[in-house]
Design a protein around this ligand. Sequence first.
Ligand SMILES: NC(=O)c1ccc[n+]([C@@H]2O[C@H](COP(=O)([O-])OP(=O)(O)OC[C@H]3O[C@@H](n4cnc5c(N)ncnc54)[C@H](OP(=O)(O)O)[C@@H]3O)[C@@H](O)[C@H]2O)c1
Length: 286
Amino acid sequence: MAVLLAHGGWAPSVLWSRSLGRRRTLARRILRITGRSPACRSRPADVAREARILLLAVPDDALAGMAVELAAACPHMSGRVILHLSGVAGLTPLLPLRERGASTGSLHPLAIFSSRVPPPDLLLGAGFAVDGQPRARSVARSLARALGGRPFSIDTRLRPLYHLAASLVANDVLAIFHLAHRALCKTGLQEKEAHQVLVHLLQGTATALAQTTAEAALTGPVSRGDAGTLARHLSAAPDARTASIHRLLSLVLVDMACTGDRMGEATARRLRHLLAASPGQGRNRR
Ligand SMILES: NC(=O)c1ccc[n+]([C@@H]2O[C@H](COP(=O)([O-])OP(=O)(O)OC[C@H]3O[C@@H](n4cnc5c(N)ncnc54)[C@H](OP(=O)(O)O)[C@@H]3O)[C@@H](O)[C@H]2O)c1
């Protein structure tokens, strides 16, 4: 986020991380972008004292402890805006900071940060869930826009649901990819080749989704009502887990095909019967 904010004209002026090496590496990256190096501090409280806007980019479970630590070190925080980046956490973990006078909020980018050197346009067009007290929320919206994103609000009580949706697409798809890759390697393809051809296939799915709804983008045996092919998949699955995930997801696809009015009742019944039957299918049960 620090690197992307630097690209967006909101370069951090001061940084903290537990590792001196990582602080310095990040400061050098920002220097290369802006021509100005942020200061590196060895304690988070020093950053909190100096910065007017503070972003807590730590794991969700570390947020509450960090807020307590900062609040203990900084009794007067009025005028400060403190945002966390969590998708699931509300504002409760930041309560100790609010009690010190800070305006607290959150800024959650709907994007995957898997590299320490993200491309500058990573967040262009990305959704951002923003929340917080008025000032914090307004700053969060400005940051989201500076990064090219689309800010929106989510009711605090619904954040776990919001984050479930994000995780299904950002993370669970990788579990499906992993199972597909293992299955493809068992057919004799080299790992790298299997990876590349599956990535190409996945990109095709994403391209179709960018143009139409998931229901309309649906292809494959479920969309054709091909029960024989599905039965062969289930018996070819290398383990029970792959078979049961394929069965569960195919049941969802049947529902999607029905709502899209592409499948008659009789076909849907036949597929549901096949997919609900015989738990534990798959050749090498685990
Ligand atoms: N990764 C994503 O794709 C993504 C997307 C959207 C939002 N987020 C949100 O961004 C926040 C950070 O997520 P992340 O994936 O970047 O997490 P992460 O890689 O696990 O942690 C971020 C950094 O926090 C520091 N850290 C780790 N444990 C800590 C602790 N106990 N106390 C203080 N600092 C600690 C580490 O830096 P040092 O070792 O250098 O201190 C680490 O590099 C989370 O709230 C997450 O929900 C992440």
